[in-house]
Design a protein around this ligand. Sequence first.
Ligand code: 0X9
Ligand code: ZN
Length: 414
Amino acid sequence: MESLLVKFSLLYLFIQCVHTATVSKYKSYKDFKIYSIQNGNGLQRLIDTMKEFDESVFYSGNRNTTQILISPDLVPMFEEIAAEAKLETKLVVDDYSGLIEIERVLPPRKSGFSWNAYYDVNDIYRYLSNMSQQYPTWTELVVAGKSYEGRQILGLRINTPTDPDKPVMFIESGIHAREWITPATTTYFINQLLTSSDPDIIAMREKFDWHIFPTVNPDGYHHSYKYDRMWRKTRSKSENGCYGADPNRNWDYNWLKHGASNRPCDYQTYGGAKPFSEVETRTLSEYIAGLENLTGYIAFHSDAQMLLVPYSDSVEHIDNYDDLIQIGKTSLEYGYKVNKEKYDGPATAAEILYKASGGSMDWVRYSQGTPLVYTYELRGVYFHWPPWRISEQGDEVTQMMLGLVTEAQNLGYF
Ligand code: 0X9
Ligand code: ZN
């Protein structure tokens, strides 16, 4: 084993030098592979070894299988170690860059904003700004905080002047940079709220004081858009030179307890130097804490296709769990009617996904006592989704929101 590692270390170092010398600006992922591995003894060791060689190894999974993204240079080592550990592996994606290519449809510059392409953060903000100008009596631009690189966490408040004390409904999107479908779906939803002639959607618009934030991790999203499609974290710089913390592991509730890393170079789940070390989560939490009458907090992620309720790091059920499940089921039923897509749950993440502490949803529920708190994991293939199908998820989410508010209203939440 030892000599095997030495052999591969040298080979890998050499390839990395050549690679660094020739690397283009946007990480290509050419010939990167995804393997699906049956969980078993030796898996963690395999993952750890791969991570030693390449911090950016991405993996995710459930209780049965794990998917891992491997650079072509590491494939021989991966296969040898997997064979030694007698782990069953299956190649599921041969060239990961193909999935990324599908998404790189340039936004149609002249025709304004659309839902046929993915936009960088400035364009999303321009869309919000345009909407605030087009609907000045219904909407206003709101700033929920700022980012490490100095961007705003910009959102749109939709609060039609029908009643001064409406319940507040908060939408958080894009906390994970690479989950591009979530900002796209959120702007789609904003568009539906503002322009739909469906009486149910109009009623939903009127019922709440909406605070909607399509990209709460703007630096990370921009980095994913411009440099590395798989970037997930913020872009703060750690003392040891690595970048970013997972903004969904950085909130001050059970910080680092489960499913989070304390290593700044961890590509995925570094929880940060301390709770709220990231300016994005800290300022966003202050904005949330300042909202009177916060009744609903909805976080959008991708791509596990699930509906999750608090808490994410415990299998215990919270006091209005039964209501949350009933409301969540109706939400999913409404969504199902659109595209016949089934989502897992509603359930706690600990029961159907994995335990993960330090997420926004748990902090909001615990510290603010907000009654209706959900995380929607939208659809996708390893975080990818063709741009020409954004509206498909947009319509599904719009109906899921309608189902949610309808059933919550039936249960007397507003
Ligand atoms: O790990 C996460 O943060 C979420 N999954 S994802 O693949 N989108 O990264 C799950 C979030 C569950 N909720 C919380 N941990 N609050
Ligand atoms: Zn996510």
